[in-house]
Design a protein around this ligand. Structure first.
Ligand code: TYD
Length: 229
């Protein structure tokens, strides 16, 4: 389905990444289990493809020097959603140029925790930042479109329970239940807009089964692209 003018349109993403590289993103609200899943998908895929063929990365801060921006974004106390959005996009621009674009150019399979859909879900759908501004800047940065995005969907109540069990207390994004509800709905909208790219996975299912399903989808995509060798 093509929805003109939305984030996934060709005006926002750079389609020209080499055919053998594969760009996979993991999305979801905090506490959805993305990191655990991405880690096990990486290990399972590495058994088949070898670690040399793969890159595991994340946003924000997934590049050398990105820790400062990450610290400001996660640990800081930013008052303006404009500052927050611009810093997430600036972080992405460096991440794309230093990690993602070169990796795709070298034919790697890139697994990335959080990417452009996070900005849409959190800043645009969650905090009402204008979508057009995000799209314009993303188009300016020629950010590559993910080949496949796994949206780990869990009810907010479940996610908050996991966060408290893990950390003892939620951080600034995580403690706002209604905000997380809007973000979750935002992911639903993105999935509806681009059903071919954004796959909803029920994050309450068994993690081992989820990882196996994801690995199968990635392998199928790799074969389709002729990159299985
Ligand atoms: P992080 O500690 O990496 O958590 P997680 O394991 O859930 O990814 O924190 C990243 C936080 O930044 C998370 O709350 C989502 C938020 N975020 C945005 O709000 N916008 C963005 O564009 C990105 C990449 C992340």
């Amino acid at each position: 389905m093509t929805v003109s003018g939305h984030w996934g349109s060709s005006t926002s993403f750079d389609e020209r990444h080499p055919s053998l590289g594969l760009f996979i993103t993991f999305e979801g609200i905090d506490g959805s289990g993305k990191s655990t899943l991405a880690g096990s998908v990486f290990r399972k895929l590495a058994e088949r493809l070898g670690t040399d063929r793969m890159v595991m990365t994340h946003e924000p801060g997934g590049w050398d020097g990105g820790e400062v921006l990450r610290e400001t974004l996660i640990g800081g106390d930013l008052k303006s959603v404009l500052t927050e959005t611009l810093l997430f996009l600036a972080d992405r621009a460096e991440h794309v140029e230093r990690v993602i674009r070169p990796g795709l150019g070298a034919g790697k399979v890139i697994l990335c925790e959080r990417y452009s859909d996070s900005t849409l879900a959190y800043q645009v759908f969650g905090k009402s930042f204008p979508r057009g501004v995000v799209e314009e800047i993303s188009a300016g940065g020629r950010f590559p479109r993910p080949d496949l995005t796994f949206w780990l969907d869990v009810p907010v109540r479940v996610a908050l329970g996991r966060i408290v069990a893990r950390k003892g207390k939620p951080d600034r994004f995580e403690k706002d239940g209604p905000l997380l509800e809007r973000i979750r709905l935002g992911y639903g909208t993105l999935c509806h807009e681009e059903p071919e790219r954004v796959k909803r996975m029920d994050g309450t299912n068994d993690p081992g089964d989820l990882a196996d399903t994801m690995v199968s989808s990635i392998m199928a995509l790799l074969m389709k692209k002729g990159g299985w060798r």
